[in-house]
Design a protein around this ligand. Structure first.
Ligand code: SAM
Length: 211
C-alpha cells in the first residue's frame, strides 16, 4: 500500500543515480551527503535486515559490505531489474512498506529516501506492523526528508519556489513529507524509543528501537 507514487520511478530509474550524485540541480540539497546518510543507516542496522524501497541498490550495497543478511522489498519493477543487474545474488521481492512477505525474520527494517510515500496514517500503521514483527531491541532505521514543523516546510517550499525549482516544489507538495513531532508521536505510540538527527537541510536519520 502507499503505492501511488511507484510509477514515477519508471522514468526516474534511468537518471536516478545521476540525481543522487548531485547532477540534478534541483535535488542537490536533498541528496547532499547522500553516501554519508546511507552509510549512517547501514551502520545502525542489525541483521537480518529487510530494506524497503531498495531503488537502485545503493543502501543495499552498504548493508552487504557490513556482511548483513538483506532481503529487499521494492514495488517498482524497473527498479527491481536495475538492482538485480547490480547485485545478482540479492533477493528482492515485490512489496511495499505495509505489505511484504519475505523469507527472513528481521532484526531491523531499513529504508532511505522512501518513507514519505506513505501518508501519516499509513506511517503509523507501518510502525505498528514493525512492532509486531520485531523482538525487544529490534530496530527501524530510516533516512528521509522530514521537516522541523509545518511552518518550516512552508518556508522551504517558498524558498525552492523562489529559486525556480519547480519539479522539487511539485514533489514537496505532492508527497507526504511529515514533521519531526508527528513522526516522534506515531513511532513512540507503536512501542519504540526514537532518536532523530538532522543529516542535511532535508533529511533526518530516524533510529527507532523496539521497547
Ligand atoms: C527516492 S527512491 C529511493 C531509493 C533508495 N532507497 C535510495 O536511497 O536511493 C524511492 C524508492 O521507493 C520505492 N517506493 C515507492 N513507493 C513505495 C512503497 N509504498 N513502499 C516501498 N517502496 C516504495 C520506489 O519505487 C523507489 O524505488
Amino acid at each position: 500500500m502507499g503505492r501511488e507514487f511507484v510509477e514515477i520511478f519508471d522514468e526516474w530509474v534511468h537518471t536516478y543515480d545521476e540525481s543522487v550524485n548531485g547532477n540534478d540541480e534541483e535535488y542537490k540539497d536533498v541528496f547532499l551527503k547522500y553516501n554519508e546518510i546511507l552509510q549512517a543507516v547501514a551502520e545502525a542496522a542489525i541483521g537480518p535486515v529487510i530494506e524497503f524501497g531498495v531503488g537502485t541498490g545503493n543502501l543495499t550495497k552498504k548493508l552487504l559490505e557490513r556482511d548483513l543478511e538483506v532481503v529487499g522489498v521494492e514495488p517498482n519493477q524497473a527498479m527491481r531489474k536495475v538492482t538485480a543487474q547490480k547485485i545478482p545474488n540479492l533477493t528482492v521481492v515485490d512489496g511495499d512498506f505495509l505489505e511484504f512477505e519475505t523469507p527472513i525474520f528481521p532484526q531491523s527494517f531499513v529504508s532511505s529516501y522512501a518513507f514519505h510515500h506513505l501518508t501519516d496514517v499509513e506511517k503509523a500503521q507501518a510502525f505498528q506492523i514493525y512492532a509486531e514483527k520485531l523482538s525487544t531491541g529490534g530496530k527501524v532505521i530510516f533516512a528521509d526528508t522530514v521537516f522541523d514543523s509545518e511552518q518550516s516546510k512552508k518556508e522551504m517550499i517558498a524558498f525552492e519556489q523562489a529559486r525556480g525549482h519547480i519539479n522539487l516544489v511539485e514533489d514537496l507538495n505532492r508527497e507526504y513529507y511529515t514533521t519531526v513531532p508527528k513522526l516522534k508521536e506515531l513511532i513512540t505510540k507503536a512501542g519504540f524509543t526514537v532518536n532523530l538527527s538532522k543529516m542535511n537541510n532535508y533529511v533526518f536519520l530516524i533510529e527507532a528501537t523496539k521497547i
